[in-house]
Design a protein around this ligand. Structure first.
Ligand code: NAD
Ligand code: UDX
Length: 463
């Protein structure tokens, strides 16, 4: 029997590690939770007395961190002692798509997983349960186990011999709703072979998650379920975006079609919002990883099937940029265009794979002058994502929609921030150059008000 967990270390203080450990600390006051990261600036931000400066913006996160930090939630750059003190270590490091070498552009780069597994092998003491929280290719646990078993039985400083159990526990939270997703998950998935270790982790979640929602599988099913869940969700978005394009050509309305099909209980209503394509750090990366795995196992037709979901997504983004150019008389050279929203979705400051990046790059390539406003994304982040500095690159960041639209020929909405639903079109339209366009790629604007204010209007999927 494994004793109850008293001390957790989480390697990686990012969008997953930070919020997940904050909720575990909140719900399990008897467990000491230490989140470690090599990035000293990130750790300093997690420790900032001003909770509005946390490195991850998530509604509700500041309150949870405020309750637990210093009590049983700690953020530190001291990786080794935190591992040594832990009964359970979560690996929550980044696993981006490889940019070079074998599998470049598809396979996940596992260098940070390997480095953290090696650190656990070197610093752990006694029995340690190692939990894969990062999203990983199927059979990665084999690599983690191989690294750990090389240290198995070592007796550091005369203590207990080292031993390890490896579990897969993928995270299903979505950014922007991370706290409610963690506090009330549809399910928690635990994959493993060691039933004591599985029950020890189930015991942690069992503090607040009903037992029937804690699913237990073998390691490989758990790893593959995470990739599959993201692939299915992304596939729905590419499917509805493909139909949105058809709606625009035929006079159908994608919102009506989505509602009509979503009321079929076999289809369901969620993830049927047409838009500028999916962004975020997970969907594209995880599907490309699936494509790579299928290719590796010789399943080329399966690989091509999933690749088409990513291809359709990129097509949708280029399509929207082309459409803006076409409506503005075929040229945007020297024209000012207001971009509202840069984050990949509302309620996050994350811009990884944001649709705004590709759409802005296409418009800049056509010679447009962009004024970009996002309530949570700083200019430096936009510059890094666009690959060019403001001004010299033909764009600049502005602090409000009012400043963005001044003198613009068009306004393009790319993130569904609540404030964009309430834009005062009667006040904004007169600031623009006539004839002026509103391109609503998120279906959030009040189109009746925009039309009444004299704007021409395009909305994704509206025929
Ligand atoms: P992130 O880049 O925000 O955070 C990862 C952190 O790990 C970074 O701060 C990095 O400095 C740190 N790190 C890397 N190697 C380290 C080491 N050896 N020692 C200490 N720190 C180290 O990434 P994220 O968005 O939190 O994602 C983490 C994992 O979770 C990925 O595998 C991702 O696919 C998965 N995931 C992400 C989400 C999401 O919404 N972002 C949701 C579910 C799953
Ligand atoms: C996703 C998964 O939802 C989550 O379970 C997993 O753990 C991580 O990846 P995330 O990327 O944070 O979460 O956000 P999500 O809400 O899934 O949105 C992803 C992208 O799809 C966003 O760009 C969003 O705007 C877009 N989207 C989502 C649509 O275009 N239409 C929809 O109907 C839903």
């Amino acid at each position: 029997m494994t004793a109850p967990i008293r001390s957790i270390c989480c390697i990686g203080a990012g969008y997953v590690g930070g919020p997940t450990m904050a909720v575990i600390a909140d719900r399990c006051p008897q467990i000491q939770v230490t989140v470690v990261d090599l990035n000293a600036a990130r750790i300093a931000a997690w420790n900032d007395a001003d909770l509005s400066k946390l490195p991850v913006y998530e509604p509700g996160l500041d309150a949870v961190v405020g309750r637990c930090r210093g009590r049983n939630l700690h953020f530190s750059t001291e990786v080794e002692p935190a591992i040594a003190a832990a009964d359970m270590v979560f690996l929550s490091v980044n696993t981006p798509t490889k940019t070079k070498g074998v599998g470049a552009g598809q396979a996940s780069d596992l260098r940070w997983i390997e480095a953290s597994a090696r650190q656990v092998a070197a610093c752990a003491q006694g029995h340690t349960i190692v939990v894969e929280k990062s999203t990983l290719p199927v059979r990665t646990a084999e690599t983690v186990k191989a690294i750990l078993s090389a240290a198995q039985g070592d007796v550091p400083g005369g203590g207990e011999p080292k031993s390890f159990a490896v579990l897969s526990n993928p995270e299903f939270l979505a950014e922007g709703t991370a706290i409610p997703d963690l506090e009330n998950p549809d399910r928690v998935l635990i994959g493993g072979e060691d039933s004591d270790a599985i029950e020890a982790l189930a015991g942690v979640y069992g503090q607040w998650v009903p037992q029937e929602r804690i699913l237990r599988t073998n390691l490989w099913s758990s790893e593959l379920s995470k990739l599959t869940a993201n692939a299915f969700l992304a596939q729905r978005i590419s499917s509805i975006n493909s139909i949105a394009a058809l709606c625009e050509s035929t006079g159908a309305d994608v919102q009506e079609v989505a509602h009509a099909i979503g009321t079929d209980s076999r289809i369901g209503s969620k993830f049927l919002k047409a838009g500028p394509g999916f962004g975020g750090s997970c969907f594209q990366k995880d599907i490309l990883n699936l494509v790579y795995l299928c290719g590796h196992y010789g399943l080329h037709e399966v690989a091509a099937y999933w690749q088409s979901v990513v291809d359709l997504n990129a097509w949708q983004q280029h399509r929207i940029a082309r459409l803006v150019v076409q409506k503005l008389f075929g040229t945007v050279t020297g024209k000012r265009i207001a971009i509202l929203g840069f984050a990949f979705k509302a309620d996050t400051n994350d811009t990884r794979e944001a649709p705004a990046i590709r759409i802005c790059q296409d418009l800049l390539e056509e010679g447009a002058q962009l004024a970009i406003h996002d309530p949570k994304v700083p200019e430096a982040q936009m510059a890094s994502d666009l690959g060019c500095p403001a001004e010299a690159g033909g764009w600049h960041a502005v602090a409000s929609p009012q400043l963005a639209v001044g003198g613009a020929d068009a306004v393009v909405i790319l993130t569904e921030w609540q404030s964009f639903r309430e834009l005062p079109w009667m006040e904004l339209a007169p600031l623009m150059r006539r004839p002026a366009w509103l391109f609503d790629a998120r279906s959030v604007a009040d189109l009746t008000a925009a039309r009444a204010a004299g704007l021409q209007v395009w909305r994704v999927g509206m025929g």
